[in-house]
Design a binder for this molecule. Structure first.
Ligand code: ZN
Length: 158
C-alpha cells in the first residue's frame, strides 16, 4: 500500500466512507471492474444540483481509486431519463409558447428551444456530458497528482 492509499483507507470524509463500503462489497463479490452510476431527468436545464449528482459519484469513485491504489478498473455511467415529459414549461427557457405545445411528450420529441440540437433532450444530454466530463476529469486524475482541467464553458448553449 502507498502512503496515499493508507491515508485514504482511514479518511473520515464522506466519499471515503462510501468508497470503503464498495471495497467491502468487493471482498464478498470480487469484480474486475467497478461501475459508478448517476443520472438525472432532463426536463430542465442541467444546474448545480445536476453537477452535484455527477460530482458526488465522481468523488466516491476517486476515493475508491485512492484506497485501492487504482488497481481495479472503474467506469462512470451517467444516465438520462429523456423519455420523461414536461408537466409544465420551465420558466428559464426561451420559446415558451412552442414548448407549451409539447407538454407530456418524451423530451426527445420536444424541439430544442435554443435551436441548436435535434431535440430538447439532445440539448440537455449534451450539457450533461459536459458536466460529466468535468466531474470525471476530477476523479480520473492520478492519485495524488492533480490533473489540469480546462475552464468550464457555458452550459446554456451548445
Ligand atoms: Zn441545443
Amino acid at each position: 500500500m502507498t502512503d496515499l492509499s493508507t491515508l485514504s483507507a482511514a479518511a473520515k470524509a464522506w466519499p471515503f466512507e462510501q468508497a470503503r463500503l464498495v471495497v467491502e462489497r468487493l471482498k464478498k463479490t470480487p469484480k474486475d471492474e467497478v461501475i459508478f452510476e448517476t443520472g438525472y431527468g432532463p426536463s430542465g436545464l442541467p444546474h448545480i444540483g445536476t453537477f452535484g449528482e455527477v460530482a458526488r459519484t465522481s468523488m466516491v469513485r476517486h476515493a475508491f481509486r485512492c484506497i485501492t491504489g487504482d488497481k481495479i478498473k472503474t467506469r462512470l455511467i451517467a444516465f438520462s431519463d429523456d423519455m420523461d415529459g414536461f408537466r409544465k414549461v420551465p420558466t428559464n427557457l426561451p420559446n415558451q409558447e412552442m414548448l407549451a405545445q409539447h407538454l407530456h411528450l418524451p423530451l426527445t420529441k420536444v424541439p430544442d428551444p435554443f435551436g441548436c440540437c435535434e431535440s430538447f433532450a439532445h440539448h440537455n444530454n449534451k450539457q450533461l456530458r459536459e458536466l460529466s466530463s468535468i466531474a470525471s476529469a476530477l476523479s480520473t486524475s492520478s492519485c495524488p497528482r492533480p490533473r489540469n482541467i480546462s475552464p468550464a464553458r457555458s452550459i446554456r448553449r451548445c
